[in-house]
Design a protein around this ligand. Structure first.
Ligand code: IVH
Length: 672
């Protein structure tokens, strides 16, 4: 008679085998009832012998309590991104650069893969046991989503076989299959809930649930496409063979991956996949080509945050034709009027679009857009849909020219073109309900006062109900007022009040940013906070002293002094402080004392972080960031695909920093 432990082990091995057949290979070999019997038998044994339960048991997928937040995970090897190409020419350039670098003209072998439209994830296995899953995050640090990823049935909790490295990190994409996405949306709609715009959002939303039991009900899948860490074990020396090895360990790998020879064959693959895109069971936004030989990959290495040995070939943005029914002008926080196209609803790139931005009047004139026109609407990835162009051949005789209204459509105040000319603004200021409402939304937003749960919809509702007129009114809201609102229960009201209370303790830069001063974005707010140290010092500053702050030019300096000159603004600020809004002051750090004072940098090419973020970091250390290279430039910070600026810097003998050197500069500014 086998021991209890032996019986349990035998059952687990059988169940893992059938899980793999069912979820990974899609080839079940026993009836569901038989599988259920094995599973229940294991459950019963574990119930009677809880000391035998281990985390990799097939019974342990969904368990544990909901989290209050995700922990963070530092990636031992950064999770990189890919550079993009959009044409055959760019692809050929990519291939040519590799040959040049290798000094070898022999045709290269590539692995061509669909570019999955989901979320990049890292899985960590220790001695074959799944121990951690993390999102990509910013590439350096991601979120710990282990409990949620455990619930994905096709991800093995224990690798098959025994020839895996002792520590193995596998990377890939978690996505929601199209069929599962449609079913999920049908269910959500039937329950009267909000539906997801596309499978990618649904996958992201599902993975970000704090309660793994909710994630468990979502049809998530994963395809593995890259190796992270591998310690203690041997691996093949070609990427494609590594993928086959993944499969042998029970991990899912996309079945549409192919090995191809040379750039021409990459193009053939691109067209093949493009032709079957709509029929694929998963969403993609392009294809990825990777040099197959790992030795060559190693030789090529990385430039900034992307490998030199791989490239993403993206499909063009998705476009559709529809009719422009009307143009309305939306009034923003600073009174700026933005023309918005009201369209006959059209299905573009997976979502129904009925509004699209027309940017500004100059754009409207340039594109010659008129009401009644047939227009091409474009949607690329997550960006706001836009009217790309007019189909002139189809222009009806009845079209109407679009003009900027002379009065604000919301409050009727005069509309004026700004000094810079491009922007038309409502002059109503705080008299204009649209501006006030937008200012309150901004104040509450995540990057400003971060009032959790107080989204745009609620601000609208509070405002329409007359509960708030200015930002300080938020902190005067009472539970009685809130519960009296439509669709607001006791619990939600309490949550909002608690979030308001939490938001009162903030930082000086957040507070400055939340005031919504024109031309003062996040990075300027931060620079102001660091420079002046306190709100009092900022309020007392004149335009000249303001201009000493990095990031502050003559226009923002004027906006700032004007803002603090307005009695109602200073009144609102003192009200907020009386209501308990507080922060810690800094020791004021005038620019001259900062380590990079007097230095000027230019940023170019594709880098792992946005230019704005890098600019803000440099400016916080006292440097100036300029757009053009000259003899006065201290150094050029060059990312991937740097072009003319790099050439110019080289010809002027200006020093050039890559991303690693930039990182050093930001950590130890005095050294470089
Ligand atoms: S490889 C070092 N392969 O694209 C290379 N990425 O733009 C790392 N993606 O964050 C990525 N399909 O989320 C690779 N077959 C594929 C992919 C893929 C989708 C995503 C991934 C990554 C992003 C990079």
């Amino acid at each position: 008679m086998p021991s209890i432990q032996e019986q349990i082990d035998a059952l687990r091995t059988q169940i893992r085998h059938h899980n793999h057949l069912y979820y990974v290979l899609d080839d079940p070999q026993i009836p569901d009832a038989e599988y259920d019997r094995l599973f229940r038998e294991l459950q019963a044994l574990e119930l009677a012998h809880p000391e035998c339960i281990t985390a990799d048991s097939p019974t342990q997928r969904v368990g544990g309590a909901a989290l209050s937040e995700f922990g963070s995970v530092r990636h031992e090897l950064p999770m990189l991104s890919l550079a993009n190409v959009f044409s055959e020419e760019e692809l050929n350039n990519f291939d040519r650069r590799i040959h040049e670098r290798l000094k070898d003209e022999t045709e290269l072998e590539y692995v061509a893969e669909p570019k999955l439209d989901g979320l990049a994830i890292s899985l960590l296995y220790e001695n074959g046991v799944f121990v951690r899953a993390a999102t990509r995050g910013d590439g350096e640090t991601g979120e710990d989503v282990t409990a949620n990823v455990r619930t994905i049935q096709s991800i093995p909790l224990r690798l098959l076989g025994n020839d895996y490295p002792a520590r193995l990190e596998v990377r890939g994409e978690i996505y929601m299959p199209k069929a599962g996405f449609n079913k999920l949306n049908q269910r959500l709609a039937a329950e009267g809930g909000k539906t997801f715009a596309n499978p990618r959002n649904a996958a992201a939303g599902s993975l970000r649930q704090l309660d793994p039991r909710l994630t468990a009900q979502r049809p998530l899948e994963m395809f593995c496409y890259a190796l992270g860490i591998a310690e203690g074990g041997k691996l093949p020396d070609q990427h494609y063979a590594v993928l086959q090895q993944f499969k042998a360990w029970g991990l899912r790998v996309c079945p549409d991956i192919k090995v191809v020879q040379g750039a021409k064959a990459c193009m053939v693959y691109f067209h093949e996949i493009g032709a079957k895109r709509a029929r694929l069971p998963y969403d993609i936004d392009g294809v990825v080509y990777k040099v197959n030989a790992l030795k060559i990959q190693q030789e090529l290495g990385f430039v900034s945050r992307a490998p030199r040995w791989a490239i993403a070939h993206k499909f063009p943005a998705q476009e559709e034709m529809t009719e422009l029914e009307a143009v309305e002008f939306q009034v923003g926080r600073t009174g700026a009027l933005t023309p918005v196209a009201r369209l006959k609803p059209v299905f573009v790139g997976g979502v129904t679009v009925s509004n699209a931005t027309l940017h500004n009047m100059d754009e409207i004139e340039r594109k010659d857009v008129r009401v009644g026109d047939f227009v091409i609407v474009r949607r690329a990835g997550d960006v706001i849909p836009e009217v790309a162009r007019v189909v002139l051949e189809k222009r009806p005789a009845t079209v109407q020219v679009i003009s900027m209204p002379a009065q604000c459509p919301v409050c009727g105040s005069e509309v004026k073109r700004s000094e810079e000319g491009a922007v038309a603004r409502c002059t109503g200021g705080l008299y204009c309900p649209a501006q006030v409402k937008e200012a309150i939304k901004h104040f509450a937003s995540r990057r400003a006062m971060n009032i959790d749960g107080l989204g745009d919809k609620l601000v609208e509702q509070f405002f329409e109900q007359g509960l708030i007129r200015h930002v300080d009114d938020l902190y005067r809201l009472t539970k009685e007022q809130l519960v009296a609102l439509e669709r607001m229960g006791d619990k939600s009201a309490e949550n909002i009040l608690a979030a308001l209370e939490t938001s009162k303790t903030t930082t000086l830069e957040r507070f400055i940013y939340s005031l919504g001063i024109r031309d003062v974005g996040e990075s300027t707010a931060k620079a102001l906070a660091r420079h002046f140290g306190s709100l009092e010092a900022l309020q007392a500053a004149n335009e000249e002293t303001l201009k000493l702050v990095p990031d502050v030019g003559p226009i923002s300096a004027m906006s700032i002094t004007q803002f603090f000159k307005e009695a109602h603004n200073t009144k609102t600020i003192s009200n907020l402080r009386e209501l308990g809004v507080q922060w810690a002051n800094y020791e004021a750090k005038p620019v001259e004392a900062l380590p990079l004072a007097g230095k000027t940098y230019v940023i170019t090419g594709t880098l792992s972080r946005s230019r704005e973020a890098i600019k803000a970091d440099l400016e916080n250390l006292g440097a100036k960031v300029s757009n053009s290279v000259s003899k006065k430039t201290t150094a050029l910070i060059a990312g991937a695909e740097a072009g003319s600026k790099l050439e110019k810097a080289e010809s002027l003998g200006v020093s050039i920093l890559d991303e690693a050197e930039l990182a050093e500069l930001l950590v130890m500014p005095k050294e470089l």
